[in-house]
Design a binder for this molecule. Structure first.
Ligand code: COA
Ligand code: ZN
Length: 316
């Protein structure tokens, strides 16, 4: 396999995950989780979103979260915003990076942000201006890039036109999001092989949901195309409140375990990440989908069953 030596993971659990938890997670516990993720060495963390508090009440404490997290030098703290009002709030709260959201499909965009795609792009143009004035970096995510839970297949020409409009308003980075886990690895590769040469200089991110157990295969397909930025969520938290059937993102610690096993560096301390995942499970009060927390790492060894040791053939 042709794999990069290093992959940068953006941890999105505090946003994509906490936004869909049935109960409101106390602000102090959100901050504790983010601080544990920072300490584990994550270089990028999507800490919250600046959206309408009625749309996503779980993240209504965005300002307090940003104000109280411990900023680890070298880590970039981002927040999701849908419009310029969100961008102003995010800048005032001191984010290092703004992540914008628009969908490739009209239905999901209307369900998610109550705008047509064209209306969203106009709002994002204003977001780019707010960010430029504040000298804050921007990355633009595209929901339902590989399929929409309402419309089904999203034609590649449709996705390409959204990418083109984002590049046109100055997006330096684009995240392709598989909002409800509809993508398969061959599709991910063909979409990236089509888009990457057409938009040179763009930093591409793959944002996956493991709804149908294809998240890690999809990431490997993207890595073979040269993608080195991926989103992941601690424990496999995550889902979109406005996309029926959405479930958790690819699990950060499972992905890190897989990458390290293949010799791909992430800069993340897996043991610290596993400890963070256990704490997040306590915070949300239920077991999460992550596998490595349960199975242990692949170097885990068990004692031999009774009688086996004595019967092992002697080496040589
Ligand atoms: N933060 C806080 N308030 C906001 C806001 C933001 N980012 N954007 C708009 N508002 C306020 C406006 O100021 C206005 O307030 P007012 O009634 O007191 O004047 C009110 O919301 C309505 O503004 P409008 O632009 O008409 O918004 P809307 O009701 O059409 O909602 C969104 C649009 C985008 C704000 C809303 O759908 C939203 O927040 N969606 C978030 C979806 C999301 O996070 N999905 C999961 C992640 S993919
Ligand atoms: Zn998502």
């Amino acid at each position: 396999m042709k794999l990069a030596e290093r992959v940068t993971i953006c941890e999105v659990g505090p946003r994509d995950g906490f936004q869909i938890e049935p109960g409101f997670i106390p602000t102090e516990q959100k901050i504790e989780a983010i601080d544990l993720l920072s300490a584990a060495g994550l270089l990028r963390i999507e800490a919250t979103s600046f959206v309408h508090p009625k749309a996503v009440p779980q993240l209504r404490d965005a300002e307090q979260v940003m104000a109280k997290i411990r900023r680890r030098p070298g880590t970039r703290y981002a927040a999701l915003v849908p419009n310029d009002k969100g961008a102003v709030r995010a800048v005032d709260a001191g984010v290092d990076e703004i992540h914008t959201v628009v969908s490739a499909s009209e239905s999901h965009n209307l369900a998610n942000v109550n705008m047509t795609v064209a209306e969203s792009i106009e709002k994002l143009r204003a977001v780019m201006q707010v960010a430029a004035r504040a000298r804050v970096a921007v990355a633009c995510g595209i929901s339902t890039s590989f399929g929409c839970p309402f419309e089904g297949e999203v034609p590649l020409a449709r996705l390409e036109s959204v990418v083109a409009r984002l590049v046109d308003i100055g997006a330096p980075a684009i995240g392709l999001a598989d909002t409800t886990g509809m993508a398969n690895p061959r599709q991910v590769a063909s979409v990236l092989e089509h888009l990457m040469p057409r938009f040179p200089g763009i930093e591409w991110t793959l944002h996956t949901h493991d709804t149908r157990a294809m998240a890690i295969p999809n990431i490997l397909a993207a890595m073979e195309c040269g993608v080195t930025h991926v989103d992941a969520s601690i424990g496999g938290l995550g889902g979109c409140p406005f996309a029926p059937g959405a479930s958790g993102n690819v699990c950060t610690e499972d992905l890190v375990h897989c990458l390290h096993a293949m010799g791909v560096a992430t800069g993340i301390d897996l043991e610290a990440l596993l400890a963070a995942s256990r704490r997040v499970q306590e915070i949300v009060g239920r077991p999460l989908p992550g596998q490595i927390v349960k199975a242990g790492k692949s170097d885990r060894r068990y004692p031999l069953p009774d009688g086996v040791a004595a019967r092992l053939p002697r080496p040589g």
